[in-house]
Write a protein that binds this ligand. Structure first.
Ligand code: BG6
Length: 481
């Protein structure tokens, strides 16, 4: 199958930091379908040779083992081309059309790796130039709007030119092998399904913790905040995968229908419940990854009195028969104590204990990163001579070790899926809009709240109020258990 992959924003950060290295890995693994061409388009006046040289220099920043040798780069670069393009000029799209028509690939992927403010222009121009035929797919990068209305506006434009089946909305968390494992765990194994319900589970925690600060993204981040940056998309996508009903088939719409139902079942927020069930924080100076780190307000290009949150913890419920009354706690933040993403399923305690001592209930820890694995926490008798208390132990499964050679990164997987037309790991517009609908009352209540976000020191697990939020239900975050 021949393909042409066009990167709008061809000289942008996303293209050289993530997309090109991911494509190179796919090429190196022999996964890129034969006969592909990769085209960078952007305003800069370059030709194929200059673009390849520019890219080669950028590849020096790619981490060690993933960096190509000169010989590997030269082979990869043969696929790479460049077309200087002014995105507002119809004649430039006609030139793109002529380039594509040179050989009429089976599949054309238009990857919009630009700011969302350009989506409307690009889609409209592609439509006007007739570059939206049935073999064309459009990939959209986040942020897909900053609230429901702006997300709907983007979706309207995309829909006026492409069908839903042609639109691939990226949430890169869905491309992570660990996240696909969540589906495998739940729907490839019969073991957990009978336990996966309110009768057996006391609460579920989803934590996406980072040790990095906002770095060079101060301006973007202070307009965005952790709720929009991580909760509306990544954390909610994970929640849907934990809470969804088994889909009847492994196909995109069967899966996305079930995920949508979860989003629609989330307990809606009101002004009052936002005050009770959410905590927002902002980091102050402290420890960042073992080094002294500045506070958010001192970061470059952050407005002096910014009230943007760099931490969110919240409590919600999925209001259906399976989950009624089970708290789902979501938490994310920058400059936290560890870089760690995990889902913790806390089971209910044994109904009647015959053993001495306090016996912590079982839990299943789904580790998403940095390790990709599973821990099942159990109690066991140590087998000593005297009658003794039970000891906690856990079964520890490391998928990176188990499947060492076959693992591919998130962007590599998603790019290959976009080329192959597999929509399973992409977000449908109704899911995305429903997620905005749910977070919007939080955005509004925080906007109208006179209190600034709660300060926390860099290198900690966020404001104490986040622990209190969970403690109110008699629960504790994983690292406090
Ligand atoms: C992005 C956010 O979507 O995800 C970033 O915009 C965040 O702020 C990143 O750092 C985290 O992704 P990962 O894959 O490093 O966990």
């Amino acid at each position: 199958m021949s393909f042409d992959l066009v990167f709008f924003g061809g000289t942008g950060d996303l293209t050289w930091r993530k997309l090109m290295p991911a494509l190179f890995q796919a090429f190196r693994h022999g996964k890129l379908p034969e006969g592909g061409r990769i085209l960078g388009v952007s305003r800069q006046d370059l030709d194929d040779t200059a673009y390849r040289a520019w890219l080669k220099e950028r590849f020096q920043d790619v981490e060690g083992a993933k960096r190509p040798s000169d010989e590997e780069f030269a082979r990869f670069a043969e696929l790479v081309h460049y077309l200087p393009t002014d995105l507002s000029k119809p004649e430039d799209y006609r030139r793109l059309g002529a380039w594509l028509a040179e050989r009429r690939a089976d599949v054309v992927v238009m990857y919009l790796a630009t700011g969302p403010d350009l989506f409307q222009t690009i889609c409209a121009q592609l439509g006007a130039a007739g570059l939206n035929g049935p073999n064309v797919r459009v990939v959209l990068e986040k942020p897909l709007g900053h609230d429901l209305a702006s997300a709907q506006a983007i979706n309207r434009v995309v829909r006026s030119v492409f069908t839903e089946e042609q639109a691939f909305r990226i949430d890169h968390y869905l491309g992570k092998p660990s996240v696909q494992n969540l589906m495998a765990l739940r729907f490839g194994n019969a073991l957990f399904e009978p336990l996966w319900r309110r009768e057996c589970i006391s609460n579920i925690q989803i934590t996406l913790a980072e040790t990095i600060g906002v770095g060079t993204r101060g301006e973007f981040y202070s307009r965005t905040g952790a709720l929009r940056d991580m909760i509306q998309n990544h954390a909610l996508q994970l929640l849907t995968m934990v809470a969804m009903e088994p889909p009847s088939r492994n196909d995109a719409d069967a899966i996305r229908d079930e995920k949508l139902k979860v989003l629609r079942s989330l307990k809606p927020f009101s002004g009052e419940s936002v005050a009770r069930d959410t905590v927002r924080g902002q980091y102050r100076g402290g420890n960042g990854d073992g080094k002294p780190a500045m506070g958010f307000l001192e970061e470059a290009r952050v407005p002096p009195a910014s009230r943007c949150e760099t931490f969110v913890a919240l409590r919600t419920e999925v209001q259906n028969w399976r989950w009624a009354g089970v708290p789902f706690y979501l938490r994310t933040g920058k400059r936290l104590a560890e870089r760690e993403a995990h889902i913790v399923v806390n089971f209910r305690p044994a109904p009647h204990s015959i053993f001495p001592g306090v016996n912590p209930p079982n839990k299943l820890v789904i580790k998403l990163q940095p390790e990709d694995g599973l821990e099942l926490h159990l109690l066991a008798a140590k087998g000593g001579a005297s009658t003794e208390a039970l000891a906690p132990v856990f079964l520890d499964l490391d998928f990176d070790k188990a499947f060492a050679e076959n693992r591919v990164g998130a962007y590599e997987r998603l790019l290959l899926d976009a080329i192959a037309g597999r929509l399973n790991l992409f977000v449908r517009s109704d899911e995305q809009e429903e997620a905005w609908r749910w977070v919007e009352p939080i955005i509004e209540a925080w906007r109208d709240d006179d209190h600034p976000p709660r300060p926390y020191s860099a290198g900690t697990w966020g404001p104490a109020a986040a622990s209190a939020l969970v403690a109110r239900d008699g629960n504790a975050w994983f690292e406090e258990q």
